[in-house]
Design a protein around this ligand. Structure first.
Ligand code: FAD
Length: 471
């Protein structure tokens, strides 16, 4: 339950807790959609304004140019089973779920020019210098020694005041690599432990607040299985939007926000004309990467302006390679690979999709993602083909068509997800979600689960409650 008698997944349908309000929600991503849905159900008068011609924001499923009805995600892939809000709304809208499985045996790593297919319990001679103890611990033993043990002392990150505890806050003052070194990890161990997931936030683990990473790991600890919506995760925002059709204005980018003490206004551009909308409350459910380009008058507080200007967003470039056959499955190879190449992570989005054809994608972040984004489409595909073929050598015989998604160039996202440099969880964190007069802030960045749909939903529910309970 969230406060005020509102269930985690839905406010009770009317009457409102406070007086009925007129609310403008800016942005029909998951944060804006859930806020609009719950406020509407509680009896408030809601209008959602969205720049794109469709709902969902960063929850995007790509279906073209793929054959045989294949699809891949441009945004979220995984719904961990402890993401109660995401799963709650999936169930509320009667959407199907399927477990995300990897096929093949073991895991593939590509490190310093060599490929390793690692099966459970097998001893690997990694091409990095490790201490004798690290050699005998192996990758999972090192993970437990340097990371797992520290997580045990972190407690529950959702506890109010968690971040202010000096024992916790000290991890915000170091980057992820400094944290590993402080736990005794050798440079070789650091090189192995930062491969893959930790490397997909910001410009790599050494640029991230260690606390951002540790909080994410602590929150993820209780997850046993991940799920996806068969047919595409974009069905979740579409399900919200289909039930609020008459309340959403599409192709209506907000160009100006006017906060006030007793009301607020937004100016939208629609069909070539400007229109001013007035409301008792405005929900700003935009990424700060986009908000920083929107005129705000009178200005927000200095701390809010700083948070909006300084919060960084991760560059992500994904390149999808459709293949005639799922040759990797025929070879019994795993359908994902962790590499130290510029393409970083390889993943098969079609693992549970039928047919002989399949897709392998490369998922790059940080500097390499910006390099890929600077290329022409054909060069992005050629670059990904080169990288992925080093790990799956039969790729070129089977490759048919490619596509890419670079999040920095998406004008309504300008990056994939928020991240925090060392010190920023403490310095920016408290100012991100705080309301400014009648303007309330939602979005993955304004939650305890940044970088996840769960965070977007959590933040949307928080603002719905703020507004519902306001006098
Ligand atoms: C590459 C990638 C991988 C991810 N992987 C996962 C995953 O595996 N699992 C998971 O749970 N999450 C994942 N996420 C995170 C998840 O997608 C986000 O946390 C969530 O979708 C963010 O929702 P939001 O509502 O905060 O923001 P958004 O979805 O960005 O919504 C903001 C909305 O505002 C609109 N907008 C922008 N500018 C304007 C304007 N001027 N006027 C009006 N509207 C405007 C946008 O079009 C958009 O619809 C991933 C995201 C990306 C990009």
């Amino acid at each position: 339950m969230v406060a005020g008698g509102l269930s985690a997944c839905s406010l009770p349908g009317g009457p409102p807790a406070g007086p009925r309000k007129r609310v403008i929600v800016v942005g029909a991503g998951l944060a804006g959609l859930v806020a609009g849905w719950e406020l509407g159900r509680a009896g408030h008068d809601v209008t959602i304004v969205e720049a794109r011609g469709e709902p969902g924001g960063r929850v995007q499923t790509l279906r073209a140019p793929f054959a045989d009805g294949l699809y891949a995600e441009a945004g979220p892939i995984f719904i961990p089973d402890n993401h109660d809000l995401t799963l709650g709304y999936v169930r509320l809208f009667d959407l199907p779920l399927e477990p995300v499985e990897s096929r093949g045996t073991g895991k593939i790593y590509f490190v310093r020019g060599r490929r390793f297919v690692v099966t459970r319990g097998a001893r690997v001679t990694w091409p990095v210098e490790l201490t004798p103890e690290e050699e005998s611990l192996g990758l999972s033993g090192m993970w437990q020694k340097y990371i797992g043990a520290a997580l045990e002392g972190l407690g529950d990150p959702r506890t109010p005041g968690w971040l202010a505890d000096p024992a916790i806050e000290r991890y915000d003052r170091m980057n992820g690599v400094e944290f590993l070194r402080s736990r005794g990890a050798s440079p070789g161990a650091v090189a192995l432990l930062t491969l893959g997931y930790p490397d997909l936030s910001g410009d790599g683990l050494e640029t991230n607040s260690a606390l951002l990473w540790l909080r994410d790991l602590a929150l993820g600890q209780t997850a046993k299985q991940t799920y996806a919506i068969p047919g595409g995760n974009d069905q979740l925002p579409r399900a919200f939007a289909a039930r609020m059709r008459e309340r959403i204005l599409y192709e209506a980018p907000v160009v100006r926000i006017e906060p006030g003490e007793t009301a607020a206004r937004v100016v939208i551009r629609r069909a070539g004309a400007y229109q001013m909308l007035r409301a008792d409350h405005v929900v700003c459910a935009l990424p700060f990467s986009v908000l920083r380009r929107i005129e705000v008058s009178p200005r927000f507080s200095t701390q809010k302006q700083r948070a909006i200007a300084d919060l960084p967003y991760t560059s992500v470039a994904r390149v999808y390679l459709q293949c005639r056959r799922k040759f990797w499955q025929e070879e019994g190879l795993p359908s994902s690979a962790t590499t130290d190449l510029a393409i970083k992570w390889i993943w098969e989005p079609t693992v549970s999709q039928r047919g002989p054809r399949g897709i392998l994608e490369s998922y790059s972040a940080g500097g390499p993602a910006r390099e890929i984004a600077a290329m022409r489409e054909a060069d992005r595909i050629a670059f990904a083909l080169d990288g992925v073929a080093r790990v799956y050598p039969r790729l070129r015989d089977s490759f048919e068509v490619g596509a890419s998604k670079c999040w920095d160039e998406d004008p309504w996202a300008r990056g994939a997800y928020a991240w925090f440099r060392p010190g920023q969880l403490a310095s920016l964190g408290p100012h991100i979600a705080r309301a400014e007069g009648r303007v309330h802030f939602a979005g993955e960045h304004a939650s305890t689960w940044p970088q996840w749909m769960q965070g977007a939903l959590e933040s949307g529910l928080r603002v719905a409650r703020e507004i519902d309970e306001a006098p």
